[in-house]
Design a protein around this ligand. Structure first.
Ligand code: LLP
Length: 421
């Protein structure tokens, strides 16, 4: 799954649209997503796993714009959600709630109630306290809540520590060693119907052996539960497959990934559920920004752009690498530069010590692999309105989120009377 843009006569295009046509009409910074990349990535997942009839629950948190959710809904996806807000987004996008799974360590009773009423497929339960809360809410509504227990399989996904979730010491899930007892307890609860087992071990994973180990533990556990007459129908293996951020990086292919799942689940009575986010949309999106100034120092050269860590926090937060390329290609020799934003923090960079061709003020740059965990993690720090989002489909440019304005940022803020005098 490659980057969703290409140069045609030295000018960057997404599908049939010149990126410059978008910057001219929408301004910068802006996020731009390719419909056909989103569709191709989804089809590649569903084709590779078709023999297992998988339920692909797009991980809403990766990019939750309602137009994006609408695409997945039309492609037949389910959704992995982690909040009542995400459930509302799925409903607005016309998503099928019977294909929704609800994860997260801190579901409130209000969120649990909304999800039960929406008749989601199942809750991924992350603690015994939560199990009791769901049972209580279900009984009060005179309903039965379908559940999986999210087990913590204690597996090292060999990725960034902030996005590793399946270690024993992590806050997620219930330790696999204890989970059999929790299943037994749940099986006696009046408001609970056990139908699945779940794990999610981390994100941006390149190591297929980690998925293999997790699946091994999940299927073994499911087989044990079946022997105890606990009717496991689904094995939810979470998301986490990595993507190319550096142009020379090669993540496992979809066939290799699917092969691991098939090895474990072919001829088993369990339907696989997967919760991919990044690998579905990460490389279907870019962020485009304008060069404001350049500055040469004795130790560093800077390109100062109009996007900042508030627009794309991944480099500052995880030290992540995103390829950055000029919208108008120029083959000249490169300099070593830091590409930085206007925010008053030294951590406000999109790239450091990067080889980059000379650029002029006013030129546009494209930050690649920005479709997942990009706009959704943006903030208003330094009173910076958030960027616009655009969906490209063939030769059409569709604004799917208007740029914010100052007035949007101060909505709800008030000066108390005692200060107004
Ligand atoms: N399922 C669960 C329960 C999750 O917590 C996540 C991601 C996913 C599925 C989707 O994982 P994916 O296929 O996208 O790897 N902000 C970070 C990533 C955080 C991932 C959180 N959980 C980043 O920018 O790298």
């Amino acid at each position: 799954m490659s980057f969703s843009v290409e140069y045609i006569n030295d000018e960057l295009y997404m599908e049939k649209v010149a990126v410059r046509d978008i910057t001219d009409s929408v301004g910068t910074p802006c996020y731009i997503y390719s419909y056909s990349s989103i569709e191709n990535n989804f089809n590649s997942y569903s084709d590779s796993l078709s023999e297992l009839n998988p339920l692909i629950c797009y991980s809403t948190k990766a990019n939750s714009n309602i137009a994006v959710l609408k695409i997945y809904s039309k492609l037949g996806a389910g959704f992995d959600i982690v909040s009542g807000g995400e459930l509302k987004r799925v409903l607005l996008a016309g998503g099928d709630t019977s294909k929704v799974v609800f994860s997260g360590v801190g579901k409130t009773e209000a969120e649990i109630e909304e999800a039960i009423k929406a008749e989601i497929l199942f809750f991924n339960i992350e603690s015994i306290d939560e199990l009791h809360a769901i049972n209580r809410v279900a009984i009060s509504l005179n309903k039965i809540a379908p559940i999986a227990i999210r087990v913590n399989p204690d597996i090292d996904p060999k990725t960034h520590p902030y996005i590793s979730t399946g270690f024993k010491k992590s806050k997620f899930g219930i330790e696999i060693g204890n989970s059999i007892n929790v299943y037994r307890e749940a099986s006696n609860m009046q408001g609970i119907n056990i139908i699945a087992i779940d794990a999610h071990i981390g994100s941006q994973i390149f190591e297929l052996s980690s998925f293999n180990d997790s699946l091994q533990k999940l299927t073994h556990m499911a087989d044990t539960l079946i022997k105890e007459n606990i009717n496991i129908q689904y094995i939810d293996i979470g998301g986490g497959l990595g993507i190319t951020y550096r142009k020379d990086e090669t993540p496992p292919s979809m066939e290799e990934y699917a092969g691991i799942i098939k090895n474990h689940l072919m001829n088993k009575p369990y339907r696989p559920v997967i919760e991919p986010g990044r690998s579905l949309i990460g490389n279907a999106g870019i962020m485009v920004t304008k060069v404001l100034y350049t500055k040469e120092g004795s130790e560093k050269n800077f390109i100062i752009i109009d996007a900042a860590m508030n627009d794309l926090i991944r480099p500052a937060f995880y030290n992540s690498h995103h390829e950055i390329i000029p919208v108008m290609q120029n083959e000249k020799a490169t300099n070593t530069v830091d590409i930085v934003g206007p925010i008053c923090e030294s951590g406000d960079f999109l790239a450091t010590d990067r080889e980059f061709p000379p650029v002029a003020n006013g030129e546009y740059l494209a930050v690649l692999s920005a479709g997942a965990y990009g706009f959704v993690m943006s903030s208003n720090y330094n009173t910076r309105p958030r960027a616009a989002e655009v969906l490209v489909h063939g030769d059409s440019i569709n604004i799917i989120k208007e740029r914010e304005y100052f007035e949007d940022l101060i909505r709800g803020e008030k000066i108390p009377d005692f200060l107004s005098e």
